[in-house]
Ligand binder design. Structure first.
Ligand code: PLP
Length: 360
């Protein structure tokens, strides 16, 4: 068996310890004589798995008691619709567009409510986060929406927007559990789990209880109604059982690493190795303004599309996989989530140095 360093943006690298544990439990989960994949979601063994997963993410993020944690199907994109459907009061929301995922969320929301785009960084190919300290936000918006870490463009909000007292909704798909968060600053934090937390197929929603409406428009599907999942402890129907189990293992792994403070230190040290190299390279160049750089997704280019393609190909042959940039931006992107070891980033930088010498 040989494992590569996998720089995929998602589904993405998982901690090797977690994969080994899951492998060891595959045929017989803790004496039940069956795999978690074969187990009733109404069984005591599964109830314990989901209860522990919820408690562990609550511990990690310090989630206050007046917030619910929901495990729901459909990834992050389904929430692009569910959020306006559930948070709709006046039928208007403010969106800040800092990349494709925020744009898609705004476009989806427009089907259900009025959307004000109050800021955007589209003018410079989303290579920065706009100043959000004093935006023109209407008094009657139901919420202000951001995508906190822009997976494709490699930017991150290092300061949250001034929402002028409105509820903040944040898509954290690609920075979930990568550093400490102050949950109380948000009304809703949500993300697909396949970037930093577990296998694909699920989103986690952390939502302040008073934002879960007693009733929604009749046309809102039961499965997209937050109250359905909140009332049923995420067990209204068959949940993505195995994904919940794997996420639970990742939560325990993060706890064992020292929690989110330790994760942040580890992620900062890792990203620094790559950014320092990019800042000093004559061939490679990062595409994001330094003050808004993401710790998770690092896009870079040589400035020559053919050379970029050669790099991606040779890197793959050297065991450094999935470095091709998003199809809409080109170039390269290294996603260096929680589970990417420092050695992986060091191996990438060593390879980039060698490539730079060979192609000078
Ligand atoms: C990947 C991603 C999504 C889409 O996630 P799906 O689970 O595939 O729907 C949404 N937002 C962000 C920030 C992402 O990185």
């Amino acid at each position: 068996m040989s494992r590569v360093y996998n720089f995929s943006a998602g589904p993405a690298v998982l901690p090797e310890e977690v994969l080994k544990e899951a492998a060891a439990e595959m045929l017989d989960y803790k004496g039940t004589g069956m795999s978690v994949m074969e187990m009733s979601h109404r069984s005591p063994a599964f109830q314990q798995i989901i209860d522990e997963a919820e408690q562990d993410i609550r511990d990690l993020m310090n989630i206050p008691d007046n917030y619910k944690v929901l495990f729901v199907q459909g990834g992050a994109s389904t929430q692009f619709a569910a959020i306006p459907m559930n948070l709709k009061k006046n039928g208007k929301a403010a969106y800040i567009v800092t990349g494709q995922w925020a744009k898609k969320a705004a476009q989806e929301a427009e089907k259900y409510i009025d959307v004000d785009i109050v800021a955007s960084s589209a003018d410079k190919t989303f290579s920065y986060i706009p100043d959000c300290s004093d935006l023109d936000i209407a008094d009657d918006v139901d919420y202000v929406y951001i995508c906190e870490n822009n997976t494709i463009y490699g930017t991150k909000y290092h300061t949250l927007p001034n929402t002028k007292g409105h509820v903040l909704v944040s898509d954290v798909s690609s920075c979930f559990l990568s550093e400490p968060v102050d949950v109380e600053k948000y009304g809703v934090i949500y993300g697909g789990v396949q970037k930093n937390v577990g296998p694909a197929g699920m989103a986690i929603i952390i939502i302040r209880e008073d934002l879960i409406p007693e009733s929604v428009d009749k046309s809102v599907p039961t499965m997209l109604t937050f109250k359905t999942h909140a009332d049923a402890g995420s067990l209204y129907n068959t949940p993505p059982c195995y994904t919940i189990y794997m996420c639970g293992k990742v939560f325990k792994w993060i706890k064992a690493q020292g929690g989110l403070e330790a994760m942040k230190k580890h992620n900062e040290a890792k990203a620094k190795i790559l950014y320092d190299f990019l800042d000093n390279s004559k061939l490679f160049k990062g595409t994001v303004v330094p003050e808004d750089r993401s710790l998770m997704n690092v896009p870079f280019v040589t400035g020559d599309a053919d050379l970029d393609a050669k790099f991606v190909k040779e890197a793959k042959a050297a065991g450094l996989e999935n470095l091709k940039g998003h199809r809409t931006v080109g170039g390269m992107r290294a996603s260096i989530y929680n589970a990417m070891p420092t050695e992986g980033v060091q191996a990438l930088v060593d390879f980039m140095k060698k490539f730079e010498e060979e192609n000078a």
